[in-house]
Design a protein around this ligand. Sequence first.
Ligand code: HEC
Length: 336
Amino acid sequence: MENSRNPGFFAVAVGVALSVLFALLGITTVLPGRVGFGLAGVCLLVSALIYITYTRGNPVSKTGFGTLLFIMALGLIMPILFVNQQQVQADQTSAQYDLTLRRGAAIFAQYCATCHGFQGQGIDGPKLNNNADVNTLSDDDLTRIISGGIPGDPTNPGKLAMPAWLNTFGGSLTEEDIGYLVSFIRSSDPSYLATKGLPNVNGFSYVLGSLSNPTQIAQYHEQEKGGSKPPANQFTDDTGKKQVNLQIMNMVGGAQPWGFSPQNVIISMGTTVTWTNVSNAPHTVVTRPGTTPPQTFQSDSLNQGSGTFSFTFTKAGDYPYYCSIHPGMLAWAEVK
Ligand code: HEC
């Protein structure tokens, strides 16, 4: 520190200025953060070494201070490298998890969506997208159910079974595929993700992106809208009646165990519809989510064998509705 024109001071000034510049570039992500801070550190170290060279007179002092600086720099770099390594590993794990969800979505769209719906909303098979009952199953149970299927109920022939999917049980999927499906279905349960510390991404959001077949993409959007309106010849004309009675019943030979009879009706404004549940399971009557009918209705769970619900339609328009317990039970009311 003999005089202020010592080149050592100059080196320190330039070094600090450069390191601030690199740190700023790192912070503003002009340079990748790691590179910016690394260069800032190198500038500081080099300028400090030059400073020591010019300010320490004897070589022993120069070497001593130089060595001390290197040891300090090493002491700093080690923990930084360690944290960086952990970050790299975490990035890899999360990229791998993301890939798992995308694979699960693609398999689900091809093998499961016909019965469970592209969004896992449930059609002939139950809802799988964040279904409270499914969420209570362990990973092992879920794997077992998908691998081995669910046998039909001999006392209730109308009830659909779920096929076994594992190749060793005659299915078309490998153990690995089923692993992807389990992670995929699990990802729809936010509390599962929170418990496992997984990113909050519902794999069902990847289903549309996995589709390349135009027919499937069209079906996907149909399902999103809650299904399209059935053709006119599938409607029963009940116009002019003040009161219309519909039954919720066990269907014989139909695609589903239960349905509405008649399924689709045309009625007049002011008509009251009464649904009676004569089937062997509880059901609800609810306007479909994703649609905006002129009015909405939502019954409580109607007891099997006798439960009833009535609604008076006072506005003209289309009313797609369904059973929220069995989302495959779709029906339509058109009010004129
Ligand atoms: C042919 C129609 C059909 C297909 C295709 C299908 N399932 Fe199912 N699935 C069902 C039916 C029906 C049930 C309900 C069976 C029961 O409870 O008796 C069911 C039940 C389930 C359950 C249990 C749900 C619960 O509430 O416990 C899971 C999990 C499941 N399916 C997953 C899948 C997966 C994954 C695929 C694709 C690999 C798939 N399903 C394909 C019809 C199907």
